[in-house]
Design a protein around this ligand. Structure first.
Ligand SMILES: *Cc1c(COP(=O)(O)O)cnc(C)c1O
Length: 230
C-alpha cells in the first residue's frame, strides 16, 4: 500500500470496510463478525498507536512476545489473545496474562493451563484449534478427535470453551481454502448437535477472510492488512 492514506488509521478503516462488504456479500450482518488485530512482530509503540484508535484486543502468536508487550503496555486496559502454538512449559504466562487462548490443540496443554489457572484464581476463554489443512507445519487437533476432546474439556471448569479456530491451507485455489473453513463450521454444527455449544468460529486472515466470512466466521484474525507486512 502507498499514498497519503497509508496510515494505521486508514488501514484499520479499510479492513473494517472490507470485512463489512464481505458480510453483505454473504448475506450476513457485519455486527456478527469481529476483527482481531494481530500485532505479532510489531513493537509495543505500534500497539499503543492502535490502542489510541480504540482497539482493545490484540492477537499474539508467541507467549514471550505477549509477555513483553503486556508489560510494556501495562498502563493500558488491553486484552491479549494467544493465537500461536503454545508450549506446555509456557502455560503459566498464558494463564496469567492472556484474556483468551485460541490455540488449544491438545489435552496436555489443557491440563497445564487448567492447573495454572486454578493457581491464579482465573478462568480463561479458549477456542479449540482444529487442523483442517494437510500441511505438516500447521498445528491443531485432528478433526476426528474433537468430540472426545470437548468431553474432556468439560472436566476442566477454569477453561471456558467458546468455539473453534483454524488456519486454512495456503493455496491459490479458493475452493481448497474455503473447504477448510467449511469443515470448521460443520464440526461446530456437529458439536452443537451433541450438546457442545460453540458459538465462535475464528477463521480467516488478511489473504482469505472473505471466504471465511462466507462460511460463517464470527472472528477474523488480521495482521498484515492492518499493521503492514512483516
Ligand atoms: C499471523 C497470524 C494471523 C494473521 O495473518 P495475516 O496474514 O498477517 O493477516 C492470523 N492467525 C494466526 C494464527 C497467525 O499466526
Amino acid at each position: 500500500m502507498s499514498g497519503p492514506a497509508d496510515t494505521l488509521a486508514a488501514r484499520w478503516a479499510d479492513v473494517r470496510a472490507r470485512v463489512d462488504a464481505a458480510c453483505r456479500a454473504a448475506g450476513r450482518d457485519p455486527a456478527e463478525v469481529t476483527i482481531l488485530p494481530v500485532s505479532k512482530t510489531f513493537g509495543a509503540e505500534t500497539v499503543r498507536e492502535a490502542a489510541a484508535l480504540g482497539l482493545v484486543r490484540f492477537g499474539e502468536n508467541k507467549a514471550q512476545e505477549l509477555r513483553d508487550k503486556s508489560a510494556a503496555l501495562a498502563d493500558l486496559p488491553l486484552e491479549w489473545v494467544l493465537i500461536g502454538h503454545l508450549q506446555t512449559n509456557k502455560a503459566k504466562d498464558a494463564a496469567r496474562l492472556a484474556s483468551e487462548v485460541q490455540s488449544l490443540d491438545r489435552l496436555e496443554l489443557a491440563d497445564a493451563l487448567h492447573r495454572r489457572l486454578l493457581a491464579e484464581g482465573r478462568v480463561l476463554d479458549v477456542l479449540v484449534q482444529v487442523k483442517t489443512s494437510p500441511e505438516e507445519s500447521k498445528h491443531g487437533l485432528p478433526p476426528g478427535e474433537l468430540h472426545g476432546f470437548l468431553d474432556r474439556l468439560g472436566e476442566l471448569p477454569a477453561l471456558r470453551v467458546r468455539g473453534l479456530m483454524t488456519l486454512a491451507v495456503q493455496s491459490d485455489d479458493p475452493g481448497a481454502v474455503r473447504a477448510c473453513f467449511r469443515q470448521l463450521r460443520e464440526l461446530r454444527d456437529a458439536a452443537a448437535a451433541r450438546g457442545h455449544e460453540l458459538p465462535r468460529l475464528s477463521m480467516g486472515m488478511s489473504g482469505d477472510f472473505p471466504l471465511a466470512i462466507a462460511e460463517g466466521a464470527t472472528e477474523v484474525r488480521i495482521g498484515t492488512a492492518i499493521f503492514g507486512s512483516r
